[in-house]
Design a protein around this ligand. Structure first.
Ligand code: NAD
Length: 451
């Protein structure tokens, strides 16, 4: 295979050249993970916890270098990368603590004692996208390793650098060879091989709904377990009784953060008609202050898109005159301006995941209309509700078909709380103790006490 040239999307210049893993290399990684599995699952829980804690400490120690590498490879602002590396470290701290707290039950039965055990699955394949490369990998690595599995991680080809650096840190922390393997190869070759491989027990996948569907089909052949974290088209619902200033100040970050390349992007802004004009003035003002530019510069809010190809796809969603279009730097870099477009929920920009800094602004009449529009999508990942009426906030939160919601906030992810989708945004939960269920099987054992 031709070598893989890794680019900096802010400069369009190559920053690394790597060999691509094919079927043979993927098979070797699976074989290494399989060979390492019996010893890793037998490591004493306290020792496994200690090793994961050392991983967390090394990520903290190297956070600045990892953040700079992520920024150079993804084009995201350095402040964002630093936050992500902080979360990676916290994820390993959390799952270090989880190792010894993930236990089974004793169940009342006749004639004996019944016990459940939480067993690891074996070798798990982890396939992740390019938008939050190491952070999303850590959400899978943490629980997978804590449960006693060994892993083969396949990062996106556009953004493999922090995964490779992480694998070095894992070894330095004392994680035995073969427990964490990284294959840098195309989805259509290395990814496919992981899905088909008979020795891979599970695929933990984050990516598009289209590829997720394919993963699920492929996994059926060997009855692999799958968790799927897929696309989103989330709503940011602004009621007339909201603190409009606060809601408007927060809205740009909710959709233009990570240049809109965020599965949780609130890319449909639903605004109650009675406050539409007032809110839009505030929103345009807040969006015009969103700083787009050099991701390595402190204070930048948004960098470029990931690639020229992706920029073409994003641009195709903007037709006619937008409500607002921001500025971008001159010169090289895959820049795209913050863009607000007036839409109905039937327009492609409101139905499809744009995955760029483009928000569809949609008016609604009342609470019922807001819930109807927000739920009228095949996706169900995230969302926000802005209102000062507590009963309404909870009523609407219960009515929305989505996995993660915030009220008067943009927040989507926390290390300790479950994250995942409804509908075609996928299934299975990451983060918190919920993720441990996805990387273990329940085994039931009955012991007779009959004389
Ligand atoms: P993608 O689906 O194109 O690729 C994701 C990963 O799958 C990559 O590693 C890729 O190489 C691999 N892949 C591609 N084709 C494959 C195949 N045939 N077999 C096996 N693996 C294959 O997604 P992307 O463009 O890298 O990322 C953007 C998408 O990810 C968006 O849809 C976004 O919403 C989604 N995403 C979801 C979450 C979440 O938690 N729900 C988080 C981040 C991103």
């Amino acid at each position: 295979m031709t070598p893989l040239e890794v680019l900096n999307p802010a400069t369009e210049k190559p920053i690394a050249t790597l060999e691509r893993a094919g079927i043979e290399e993927t098979d070797r990684a699976v074989a290494a993970a399989r060979a390492a599995y019996p010893a890793w699952r037998a490591v004493k829980p306290a020792d496994r916890a200690r090793l994961l804690r050392r991983v967390a400490a090394l990520v903290e120690e190297h956070a600045d270098g990892l953040a700079r590498l992520e920024t150079a490879n993804v084009g995201k602002p350095l402040g964002d990368s630093r936050w992500e590396m902080g979360m990676v470290a916290d994820v390993f701290h959390f799952y270090a603590g989880a190792v010894e707290k993930h236990y089974g039950d004793t169940i009342p039965v006749a004639g004996g004692v019944d016990l459940t055990f939480r067993e690891p699955l074996g070798v798990v394949g982890l396939i992740v996208p390019w938008n939050f490369p190491l952070m999303l990998a850590s959400w899978k690595l943490g629980p997978a390793l804590a449960c006693g599995n060994t892993v083969v991680l396949k990062p996106a080809e556009l953004t493999p650098l922090t995964a490779l650096r992480f694998s070095e840190l894992a070894l330095e922390a004392g994680i035995p060879e073969g427990v964490v393997n990284v294959v840098v190869g195309p989805g259509s070759v290395a990814g496919e091989r992981l899905i088909a491989h008979p020795d891979v027990a599970k695929i933990g996948f984050t990516g598009s709904t289209e590829v997720g569907r394919h993963v699920m089909e492929g996994a059926a052949k060997t009855i692999k377990r799958v968790t799927l974290e897929l696309g989103g088209k989330s709503a940011n619902v602004i009621f007339e009784d909201a603190d409009l200033e606060r809601a408007a100040a927060a809205a740009p970050g909710a959709v233009f953060g990570n240049a809109g390349q965020d599965c949780c992007a609130r890319s449909r802004i639903l605004v109650q008609k009675s406050v539409y004009d007032r809110f839009m003035k505030l929103l345009v003002d807040a969006t015009s202050k969103f700083r787009v530019g050099d991701p390595e510069q402190e204070g930048t809010d948004m960098g470029p898109l990931i690639s020229a190809d992706h920029r073409r796809k994003v641009a195709a969603f903007v037709n006619g005159t937008p409500l607002f279009k921001g500025k971008v730097p001159d010169g090289d870099g895959f820049w795209f301006p913050c863009t607000l477009v007036a839409a109905t929920n039937e327009d492609p920009v409101a139905r499809e995941e744009v995955f760029g800094p483009v928000a569809a602004v949609i008016p609604f009449t009342d609470e019922e209309d807001a819930v109807r529009i927000a739920n009228d999508t095949p996706y169900g990942l995230s969302g926000s509700i802005w209102t000062r009426n507590g009963a309404r906030a909870l009523r609407v939160a219960r009515a929305l078909e989505t996995g993660v919601l915030s009220i008067n906030s943009n927040s989507s992810v926390r290390v300790t709380t479950p994250f995942g989708g409804f509908k075609q945004s996928g299934f299975g939960r990451e983060l918190g103790m919920h993720a441990m269920a996805g990387y273990s099987e329940v085994k039931n054992v009955f012991i007779s006490t009959e004389a």
